[in-house]
Ligand binder design. Structure first.
Ligand code: TYM
Length: 332
């Protein structure tokens, strides 16, 4: 069976982008066809300014929400990154294979560093080294496929480069992973700024649909989505990013082609109404299940405990092998 690994940061409330770009596929497809691990990557959420109490709350909420989205602990492994020490243990060794120049070329680093500077906060060193920790997350499990949205593709490619370089220098140790992207929904855009990605920590709240938003909030956000000049509905991501985003979301919800859907709408009003209803119905069962699960935190804790134990057992031999290969003396 293929080994699949992916993760999500508990840095905010999960969005429709997280769901369509990644989590829905983990639940509907990946966990059933592969030996799959999914991780709440809490260490990554420490790379920008954070509030400790909020991080703790969001870590639990994110794990609960992943279960509500359909991850089944009987068929996949769900755990919290900081519960498995192998990630940071491997990350340091990979820092000795990656280069400073590679880190500085990462688009997310450049974008987030500017945002931190604009807020007057220092840029944490961990923001620069973050892609190496992400490579460690992936490589520690001999991962073959990493199901992610488009914004993470560059990081997965870096993990490939690091794995290949390590193997070349120190002998075959790591499986070389590849990113897998959904056909539609790989980049859901902010409804208020359709040229920017819909992100968990976006300041533009009205443009971000959260998985746990009440139906009324979803409808309001979709109905107020920014559309383009011109009344006719066409699917053109460059010239008409607002309409294209709505069509992509509808296509991701219904399984139809965005271009074909465009032909069926005389104007933006009816399109928005259908998008709003499709998203409300898509998220309804997840919200309901989340309400049930959040009433039973002991169950979620149990899942995470068992998941971490299983994950540790898988990562340990791989990280030990990397330590030996790079020349560290094994403990007697
Ligand atoms: P994160 O937490 O930003 O996002 C989690 C997943 O959701 C996808 N995603 C989107 N897809 C489509 N449209 C959007 N607007 C959108 N926003 C987010 C992301 O591509 C991702 O798949 N660095 C990662 C977490 C991570 C990880 C890993 C992933 C850490 N270690 C190892 C895979 C493997 C991140 O910040 O994702």
């Amino acid at each position: 069976m293929k080994r699949v690994f992916s993760g999500v940061q508990p840095s905010g409330h999960l969005t429709l982008g997280n769901y369509l770009g990644a989590v829905r596929r983990w639940a509907d497809v990946d966990q059933h066809r592969a030996d799959a691990l999914f991780c709440v990557v809490d260490l990554h959420a420490l790379t920008v300014e954070h509030d400790p109490a909020r991080l703790r709350r969001l870590s639990r909420q994110t794990a609960t929400l992943l279960l509500a989205c359909g991850l089944d602990p009987e068929v996949c492994t769900l755990f919290v990154q900081s519960h498995v020490g192998e990630h940071t243990r491997l990350s340091y060794v990979l820092e000795c294979v990656a280069t400073d120049g590679e880190m500085r070329r990462m688009v997310q680093y450049k974008e987030k560093a500017v945002r931190q500077q604009e807020r007057g906060a220092g840029v944490r060193l961990s923001l620069l080294t973050y892609p190496v920790l992400m490579a460690a997350d992936i490589l520690a499990y001999s991962t073959e496929e990493v199901p992610v949205g488009e914004d993470q593709k560059q990081h997965v490619e870096l993990a490939r480069d690091i794995a290949e370089r390590f193997n070349q220098r120190y002998g075959h140790t790591f499986v070389v992973p590849r990113a897998t992207l959904p056909a539609v929904g790989a980049r859901v855009m902010n409804l208020q700024e359709p040229t920017s990605k819909m992100g968990k920590s976006d300041l533009s709240g009205p443009g971000v649909v959260r998985i746990l938003d009440e139906p009324e909030a979803v409808r309001r956000k979709v109905m107020r989505a920014v559309t383009d000049s011109g009344q006719d509905v066409v699917h053109d991501r460059v010239e008409r990013p607002g309409a294209a985003n709505l069509l992509d979301i509808l296509a991701a919800c219904t399984g139809e082609e965005p271009e074909k859907l465009a032909a069926g709408y005389p104007g933006y009003g009816p399109l928005k109404e259908d998008v709003a209803e499709a998203v409300v119905e898509l998220l309804r069962p997840v919200r309901e299940r989340h309400a049930e699960l959040s009433a039973d935190p002991a169950y979620v804790d149990g899942v995470l405990r068992a998941g971490a134990e299983r994950a540790r057992g898988m990562a340990r031999p791989v990280v030990d092998a990397a330590y030996r290969a790079i020349g560290l003396l094994p403990q007697a």
